[in-house]
Design a protein around this ligand. Structure first.
Ligand code: PEP
Length: 252
């Protein structure tokens, strides 16, 4: 049995005041023992303060990215050790916005994954195809390549606690989500890729769906047998919407 997981990716949104209001509303609505593990991922500058607000709650803290290097002269970068120091438990790596806008390739994403794992934090590894790649029938090939780069560098043992998020690029922030069947197909493929290296880790790997998840579609997507929750962008900025998504999970 895998405990479902829902993570909110706040991206470059939120002020200190807005974040405090959002957290207050979230914590008021989160049940004492939610079925889903829940995390929010604010911008770097807000991690410490949001972390303090989450203290003694059952909502965890995550970061949106990380530097692959451990320490040193890397102006503007944030290390995995720093994220651990401010209370993060999760770190998103390989988000499609990082891959597309900041030219993070598979090799760099794999190094970031390893840096996060090396600090005892849990990477949320994002994979997913563009619309063009889907239309050319390349979805499983792309996802296998993205996953393979990380498995080759970090080893399948590093997936014991890791989370994978399948995020079709064409569904992120577009309002156009994958159908439950499309999500299930790719999730099953992801699990089979990990299974080919280690059946035990594959069986317990949590694979989240991300891409225009809303309260209105979460239930049917999360019902798919290989969908263990969601990585939620826009809808995680509204407490009531996010809480409904968190409540829509299924235990598989
Ligand atoms: C994301 O940024 O990871 C995401 C899934 O965004 P959205 O929910 O807004 O599509």
């Amino acid at each position: 049995m895998r405990r479902p997981f829902v993570a909110g990716n706040w991206k470059m949104h939120g002020s200190r005041v807005e974040n405090a209001e959002l957290i207050e509303a979230l914590l008021l609505g989160v049940p004492g023992q939610p079925t889903a593990e829940i995390a929010v991922c604010p911008a770097f500058v807000h991690l410490w303060e949001v972390g303090r607000q989450l203290k003694a709650s059952n909502v965890l803290l995550g970061a949106q990215s990380v530097c692959a290097e451990p320490v040193g002269a890397f102006t503007g970068e944030i290390s995995a050790a720093m994220l651990k120091d401010v209370g993060c438990r999760y770190v998103i790596v390989g988000h499609s916005e990082r891959r597309a806008l900041y030219k993070e390739d598979d090799a760099l994403v794999a190094r970031k994954f390893l840096a996060v794992h090396g600090q005892g934090l849990i990477p949320i590894l994002c994979v997913g195809e563009t619309l063009d790649e889907r239309e050319r029938g390349l979805t499983t090939q792309v996802v296998s390549r993205q996953l393979g780069a990380v498995l080759d560098l970090a080893g399948v043992a590093a997936f014991e606690a890791a989370v994978v998020a399948y995020e079709p690029v064409w569904a992120i922030g577009t309002g156009k989500n994958a159908t439950p069947a499309q999500a299930q197909d790719v999730h099953a493929h992801i699990r089979s890729v990990v299974d080919s290296r280690d059946a035990k880790n594959a069986a317990r790997l949590r694979i989240l769906y991300g891409g225009s998840v809303k309260a209105s579609n979460a239930h049917e997507i999360f019902a798919m047998p290989d969908v263990d929750g969601g990585l939620v962008g826009g809808a995680s900025l509204k407490a009531d919407e996010f809480l409904k998504i968190c409540a829509a999970v299924h235990v598989h």
